[in-house]
Design a binder for this molecule. Structure first.
Ligand SMILES: Nc1ncnc2c1ncn2[C@@H]1O[C@H](COP(=O)(O)OP(=O)(O)OP(=O)(O)O)[C@@H](O)[C@H]1O
Length: 638
């Protein structure tokens, strides 16, 4: 099997993708069309007017006998204090005005967007340092800085507007950073990271398009602010050396002559106000259109770094997790969610990770991928994959392992696919990441092969669809295809069938079984369904309240469980009950991290408990070869 890998990551609430695309939504609003049309007209004037009227910007005086006239047939918008045509000056002044706005805006965007993206995506020290610098800039008096710059570069519009751009950039940077934070945690971004895409690629191809809405909103508001500032400075005579016209300069001329000809202030005043209004309204409609399109997916993933220098024992296992402890940093201190977890997966082996909700199955899987959510971090233990300690790898090294050697599929494939790109495009990215030697055409061909491999009918047609045009089962097949794009040696499947209906569940399980046979790929299958475990797995690892409580091959664990929790889980398995019979349940609930009882974590719910179960941590025992249990009374089990 020649394929690449991609991944989906854990689960979370459903997201968006059903709504039409952003630009379509935007342009279906009449207000957006009106604003765009108006701004396009202004931009056209800025380009054409100085070409059509080349003499106006150097015109010192017009018809002095006809100075300060109101609108007439000869001068539609009247004449200024030196008898020059107001309409001509207004048209030609548009370019100077817009160039000033463009300089401020470009500076703010060039500084604010990349720095905001970096602060939001990379986090940590980068974020803190950027935050401090932003605070520093906020504390500086903007107008005084601009006046100082203008005293050094008199009447230099570019210098003033670039300075303005630098001053407003931290505000934009803050917005970009805040918009990046939730997107960074979304499944499709985690999936992109797992599939080995580089950081800069993810930032610019996956995150930037997603936060384009807030950036456009801010840009339009900043343009309005820049126009206002530029008009104000020109009005004060601090910009644009005379006689070149600008809207602000014309307002200044109007104010000086307000007693003699009040009309003069209206043409530049109205055009400035209308432009500011159009920019502000455009910001509003863009915000509405983008808010409609994106139902934010709640955050899940975050990477961690861990240490551990010791060489690993070569156990022959493909994946070996040893004494892993994961904590979440909470306001009251670190709270452990995994405690001394040890398990392994051999090459080509399928291991089921079983347990009730909240036992730590997904966190274990995410720790392997280096994608712990929130404040999660590895406090102790090692994770060895193919002989290398994943916890000691740098982010870059880990990126190479993810996707190409370890693939992931989750229970909600839809939200691990980027809703704005076609399926084929996303798969091609994964293929080319892992097989850079392939041409675009070969990658496309590979995508079709992958879609064939996961038994999707009409792969060419599926490749052209957007994720929201797929059914749940199809999306899961696409996610599997993407996970296979790097020929992973290990596939982590986090409840891959939970969100699917029963028939589709069976099909996906069959598919996984077939793929495993073709590629000799190991699978770590996170599930709470014993039916799936017995059907697909070679071994089962049972987790309870952050610990592995039992592990063994399927037959012994199912027929002779050695831990009361496994026994209770098997008894509660709906596959074993007769129709019409009440389902047996396990009384009580899994204790939350931070509330684990002393001694055996299961003792409050255990029918076999004795005083010694509550005294001290329970070690793993080996009642039979290849069978481990964390129960000191396992010989009393029925
Ligand atoms: N970002 C987080 N911050 C704090 N605690 C978390 C976070 N994510 C998970 N946890 C906690 O870690 C524990 C283990 O969660 P995990 O998702 O691994 O459970 P699970 O066994 O996979 O359950 P499920 O089947 O519901 O996914 C839970 O108690 C959960 O509350």
């Amino acid at each position: 099997m020649t394929v690449t890998s991609v991944v989906d990551t854990g689960s979370s609430t459903p997201t968006p993708a059903e709504s039409p695309r952003f630009w379509h939504r935007l342009f279906s609003r009449k207000l957006a069309l009106a604003c765009f049309a108006f701004l396009a007209l202004i931009a056209t004037v800025a380009i054409i007017a100085p070409i059509v009227l080349p003499d106006i910007s150097g015109q010192l005086a017009g018809d002095l006998l006809a100075a300060r006239q109101g609108p007439t047939g000869a001068h539609l918008l009247g004449t200024d204090s030196l008898g020059r045509d107001v309409l001509e000056r207004l048209l030609v002044g548009t370019r100077i005005t817009l160039i000033g706005v463009g300089e401020a805006l470009a500076t703010a965007l060039l500084l604010g967007v990349p720095i905001g993206l970096a602060a939001g995506y990379v986090g940590g020290w980068t974020d803190r340092v950027v935050g401090w610098l932003a605070d520093l800039t906020f504390s500086m008096p903007a107008i005084i800085i601009i006046l100082v710059v203008l005293s050094v570069f008199p009447q230099n519009t570019a210098a003033a507007m670039i300075t303005l751009g630098v001053i407003v950039a931290p505000g934009l940077m803050r917005v970009v950073r805040s918009a990046t934070l939730p997107v960074r945690e979304e499944l499709y971004v985690a999936a992109a990271r797992v599939s080995g895409l580089s950081r800069s690629y993810i930032i610019f191809r996956h995150i930037l398009p997603r936060i384009a809405g807030p950036i456009i909103v801010q840009a339009s508001l900043l343009a309005a602010v820049a126009l206002l500032a530029q008009t104000g400075l020109a009005f004060l005579g601090l910009l644009t050396p005379l006689p070149a016209p600008s809207w602000g300069g014309m307002i200044g001329d109007g104010i000086q002559n307000i007693m003699l000809q009040p009309w003069l202030i209206w043409p530049p005043g109205i055009i400035t106000a209308l432009t500011i209004l159009a920019l502000a309204l455009l910001g509003d409609v863009v915000r509405d259109a983008s808010a409609e399109g994106w139902a934010a997916a709640p955050s899940r993933r975050k990477k961690h770094r861990a240490t551990a220098e010791k060489p690993l024992a070569d156990s022959g296992a493909l994946l070996s997790i040893e004494n892993l402890t994961v904590v979440f940093d909470m306001p009251g201190g670190p709270v452990p969610v995994l405690d001394d977890v040890t398990l392994s997966v051999g090459p080509g082996e399928t291991v089921g990770l079983v347990g009730e909700s909240g036992c730590g199955k997904t966190i274990t899987a995410m720790a392997v991928l280096g994608l712990l959510p929130g404040t999660g971090r590895i406090e102790a233990g090692r994770i060895s994959f193919g002989g290398q300690d994943l916890t000691a790898l740098s982010d870059k090294e880990l990126e190479r392992v993810r996707g190409s050697q370890i693939g992931l599929i989750s229970q909600e494939p839809m939200i691990s696919l980027n809703p704005v790109f076609r399926v084929g495009w996303q798969l091609a990215q994964a293929v080319r990441t892992h097989h850079p030697e392939l041409t675009r055409r070969q990658a496309k061909q590979r995508v079709i092969e992958l879609l064939h491999l996961v038994q999707l009918p009409d792969p060419t047609q599926v490749a052209r669809r957007y994720p929201h045009e797929l059914s749940g089962g199809m999306a899961q097949r696409v996610a599997i295809a993407r996970a296979l794009a790097g020929d992973p040696k290990l596939l982590i499947a986090d409840e891959p069938t939970t969100a699917l209906d029963v028939t589709v569940q069976a099909e996906i399980l069959d598919l996984l079984r077939e793929l495993q046979l073709i590629g000799n790929m190991a699978i770590l299958l996170v599930t709470h369904d014993w039916g799936v475990v017995t059907d697909l797995c070679d071994r089962a690892v049972v987790m309870y309240a952050g610990q592995v409580v039992e592990q063994a091959e399927i037959s012994p664990i199912v027929h002779q469980p050695r831990h009361p929790y496994t026994e209770a889980l098997l008894a509660a398995n709906p596959h074993n009950s007769e129709p019409g019979e009440a389902l047996p349940t396990i009384v009580g609930a899994v204790p939350k991290p931070g509330q684990w009882p002393t001694g055996c974590h299961f003792h409050p719910r255990c029918p076999y408990r004795r005083a010694d179960c509550m005294e001290s941590p329970i070690p793993l025992e080996i009642p039979a070869p290849g069978h481990e249990t964390r129960c000191i009374h396992h010989d009393r089990l029925r």
